[in-house]
Structures are given as C-alpha cells and as structure tokens.
Design a protein around this ligand. Structure first.
Ligand SMILES: Cc1cc2nc3c(=O)[nH]c(=O)nc-3n(C[C@H](O)[C@H](O)[C@H](O)COP(=O)(O)OP(=O)(O)OC[C@H]3O[C@@H](n4cnc5c(N)ncnc54)[C@H](O)[C@@H]3O)c2cc1C
Length: 486
C-alpha cells in the first residue's frame, strides 16, 4: 500500500468531462486531463484492506492493490508489468469497463470506492507514452497454427495469448476493419478508434496475421479452416438482435440500434454512406427503446446528430439509487446508472411497454406505449401487468431498438461446423471446448451478450486451454494463476 493514511486524506475524484454543449459537436473522448498529483492522491486512497475484494470483482482477476501501489510510487514500469500480467488490453477496459472491481472495493462499503478504472487507464497511457508497451515477439515458434474467428476483444485476447505462446495465429474478421464491437458498436466518444488501431498494429508487429472481409462460412470455407489449422477458436460474438415484432415494425424509421451505431462508426472513420442507407437523427424526435448501454450509446450519437428530442424508454422499473437487500456489497449493484450520454440531454422513462409504431405514408410518426406495474411472484420471479387506460402516444420519427441480443448467428459457420448449442442458442463449450474436436469458443459467442472485460478474460482462458490441448501443458497465465504469481 502506498500511503497508509491516503484513504483518510483524499476524496474520490475523477477527471472532469468536457462541457456537454461543446462535446456533442465532435466524436472525441470526453474527459479533460488529470494531473499526476491528483492521480497520485487517487492511488493513495487504496487501503491496505487485508482481504481485498476488488480483484475478485474483476473478471480478469487484476492485481489491483499492487498496481495502485506502484502507480502511487510513480513506478510505471512495475505498474505496467502487474497490469499486463492479467489484462492484455488495459487501454480498453480503462476506458469502457463498468468497473465491477470498484463495486467490490472494500472502501466502497461506506465511502466512495477507489478510482480503479481511472488508475488503470492512466497506467496504460503512461506505458504507451514511455514505450513500456511495445511489440513482444515470441521467443520461439511451436509450429502449430491456430485460427481465431472474430476480432472482437475475445478474439484479440485469444490471438495475443496464443501468439505469445509461440503458435502461428491468423485472425479472420468478416468486417472490413478489426475490433468487433470495439470498432463497430461502441461509439468513438467512449473509445476513440486510434486506441484500437494502436493495439492491432502492435499485434501485427508481433506476428499475428489479420484477414478482414473474411467471413468464415461465406467467402472462407469452413472445411479449409478445419484442414489448415491445428486448432480453431470461435469468437464471433452475439450478433442477432432481439426484435420487437409489433404493429408498425416495418415502417420506415424503425431500426435496430446496431445499424445506427455501426453506420456512425463508419461515418466517423471517413466512410461514405450511400444516401438511401443513411440513418440520421437530425431534427428528429428520437425514441430509444431499451435502457442499457447500447441505448445510452444511441442517445449520445443522436445528440451528436442534432436530434430535436430524445426519449429513452425501458420496460423495467426505475432502479433504486442505493444498493438493496438483493445486491449487498461486494455484489454488482443493480442501481440507477446515469451515463455521460444521458447528461448530454435526453428524457428517460421507465416501466413502459411498447405497443405499436404508428405512421403516415410508410414512415413512423409516433409510438404507442402503456404503463406497466411490476410485482414479485411467490417463487421470486418478477412479472408485470399493463395499467388499464394508461396508453400514451409520443412523437417518434426515428425509433432505435436497443433491447439486447439473442445469440450468435447460426447460419453459416456454426451450422456447418455442427457445434452443439446451449439452451439460449450460444455455443456450448465446457472449459472453452466445443462438441467438435479442436474447435474452442470464447466471448459473447459462448457466454452470451456480456462485457469487454469478460470477453478478454474468456479469450485468455480459451487460449490457455488451446495451448494445453496442443502442447500437453501451458505456459500461459490464467485468471487463477497470473505469471507474476507463477
Ligand atoms: C453498442 C454496444 C455498446 C457496448 N458498450 C460496452 C461498454 O461500454 N463496456 C463494456 O464492457 N461492454 C460493452 N458492450 C459489450 C461488449 O462490446 C461485448 O461484450 C464484447 O465486444 C464481446 O466481445 P466478443 O469478442 O465476444 O465479440 P464481438 O465484439 O461482438 O466481436 C465478434 C466479431 O466476430 C466477427 N464475426 C462473427 N462471425 C464471423 C465469421 N463467421 N467470420 C468472421 N468473423 C466473424 C464479427 O464481425 C465481430 O467483429 C457493448 C455492446 C454494444 C452492442
């Protein structure tokens, strides 16, 4: 622990964000610079809490008190080493992780928790600036070849780990750019794409081959992949969105959130969108259906387009602002979250069911909603009933459906491989092994829609399983065995 009295001396402080009125004019990241002195105070808040829970809260098992201490002492080399021993991409998680580690920080029992995510980002950026994060070529090559299908965070983590163990790794990505949802999903104002490209470039230097516009099961034959590689890891994500099949769904102006967000990523990257495909929120009454992260990203993007009004609606009731009996510390709290996008302007409504899209001349013009009342059944399950005579109709000329993802795409690669699926339609993989020999799975394709930090964790664990499968034992770290501890 850096400073024994730090937790008593300093309050939690985060960098300020740029003024919402200014920042919605661009797609740059939001936070303003934070001084080294202030960061030092934040790192000093980490207590010597005996049994830290933060690294249990982290799906990667990050050694948080240790890197907080090194950051406090300004020993960036040591901090970087500790951070990279469990996390391949702290520059991503340091920006966009919801930080379950902070939710389980011991200090957080009765005081605001340590700013772990900020410290992680600061270490990562310091490390890039000082050249501490650089291409690390494997010391030897095993002669084994592994195909990674999908270049999201799980595929990138699996590729980085497998390559470091000496295997030749080729990553197949059906999109035209690498990164999965980091590239085409998460808006630039949350994660600037230079950050993704910087990492991909390093991985190229390390010897990983990336093949874009390579859709396995479409323009790349599944049989060729199976013939050419000693192991294959499926990291294709959970890409089939949940629909709302109600009256008016086929009206012009009703879109899946991902169509809107992906197009925006492409536009910001400088691509030209054909005129008849443009989805614009400019001067529109936008209704975002779904109260989660994806919905919030639609709010931020709509504000940048210059929407006339933005309403975000959610079927569930408004969450409480404090932890309840069901989610005591150190569990992840189901409390109300207000994102930077919400602060840029939007109306949020809860406990509303979407009944029908109404339109004129084939275009959506309004949305009918009814209030719902939630109650808990005897078996503990939550259910809702519509409130009689509560129907309202709100103006809507752009509706964005952000109500989650069902499962990965089955048609094509998964059907051809014949891998078993679980009850939810995700790839069934015990210990990352699928039902097909030498085929493994990780990330959202295996666990369902989740988080970047979980995708990285799954990619790492799958890589270790593959290394064991190929070599008999593994030189790679896993969540329970970081290389520093080994
Ligand atoms: C809009 C949005 C915002 C989000 N924001 C956050 C956030 O702020 N923080 C957070 O932690 N999580 C966030 N998430 C969740 C997070 O992005 C995902 O959990 C994570 O990206 C999953 O990683 P993955 O590698 O499993 O899959 P993905 O990132 O989905 O990548 C899968 C890749 O596989 C490719 N692919 C699929 N099939 C094939 C094939 N047959 N051949 C070749 N390539 C293929 C796809 O094109 C895609 O690029 C967000 C999700 C969305 C949708």
């Amino acid at each position: 622990m850096g400073k024994p009295t730090g937790f008593k001396e300093y309050d939690r402080e985060l960098p300020e964000n740029r003024d919402p009125k200014e920042r919605i004019k661009d797609h740059k990241e939001l936070s303003l610079p934070f001084s080294k002195e202030k960061l030092n105070h934040q790192a000093a808040r980490c207590m010597d809490c005996g049994v830290p829970f933060c690294h249990n809260g982290c799906p990667l098992g990050n050694n948080i008190p240790e890197f907080n201490d090194a950051a406090y002492r300004g020993n960036w080399e040591e901090a970087t080493k500790i951070l990279l021993s469990t996390n391949n991409f702290p520059e991503f998680t340091g920006r966009i992780c919801p930080a379950p580690c902070e939710a389980s920080c011991v200090f957080g029992i009765n005081k605001p928790p340590v700013t772990i995510e900020l410290i992680e980002k600061s270490i990562a950026e310091e490390a890039f600036e000082k050249g501490l994060i650089k291409a690390n070529l494997p010391k030897y090559r095993t002669g084994y070849k592994v195909a990674v299908i999908g270049s999201g965070p799980s595929g990138l983590a699996a590729a980085a780990q497998l390559n470091s163990a000496g295997h030749m790794v080729n990553v197949y990505e059906r999109a035209d750019r690498i990164g999965g949802l980091l590239r085409y999903g998460i808006p630039d104002f949350k994660l600037e794409k230079e950050v993704v490209e910087r990492r991909v470039e390093l991985m190229r230097e390390e010897g990983i081959v990336f093949k874009t516009n390579a859709n396995v099961g479409e323009n790349v034959k599944v049989s060729d992949i199976m013939d050419q590689y000693d192991a294959v890891v499926l990291c294709g994500g959970s890409t089939i969105p949940r629909d709302i099949p109600i009256e008016g769904r086929d009206l012009e102006g009703v879109h899946f959130a991902m169509d809107f967000l992906t197009q925006e990523n492409k536009r910001v990257a400088g691509d030209t969108i054909p005129k008849d495909e443009v989805i614009s929120a400019k001067d529109k009454h936008v209704v975002v259906i779904g109260g989660g992260d994806t919905g919030s990203d639609c709010v931020g993007t709509s504000n940048r387009h210059g929407a006339k009004s933005i309403t975000q609606i959610e079927l569930l009731p408004k969450p409480p602002s404090e932890r309840g009996e069901k989610d005591p510390w150190p569990l992840w709290p189901a409390t109300l979250r207000t994102s930077s996008s919400h602060k840029e302007g939007c109306e949020r409504k809860w406990a509303l069911n979407t009944k029908a899209f109404k339109g004129e001349n084939g275009k959506v013009t309004s949305l009918q909603l009814v209030e719902v009342e939630w109650k808990t059944l005897e078996n503990g399950r939550q259910t809702f009933e519509e409130v009689p005579n509560s129907m309202v109709e709100i103006p809507c000329d752009l509706a964005l459906l952000a109500v989650g993802f069902l499962h990965p795409q089955k048609k094509g690669m998964l059907e051809e491989l014949g891998v078993e699926l679980d009850a939810r339609g995700n790839v069934k993989a015990h210990g990352y092994r699928t039902s097909v020999d030498k085929v493994f799975a990780a990330g959202d394709m295996r666990r369902g829609q989740s988080l970047v930090v979980w995708a990285i964790s799954e990619g790492r664990e799958a890589a270790r399983t593959i290394d064991e499968y190929l070599m008999g034992s593994s030189v790679l770290a896993s969540k329970n065995r970081s290389l520093l501890q080994a």
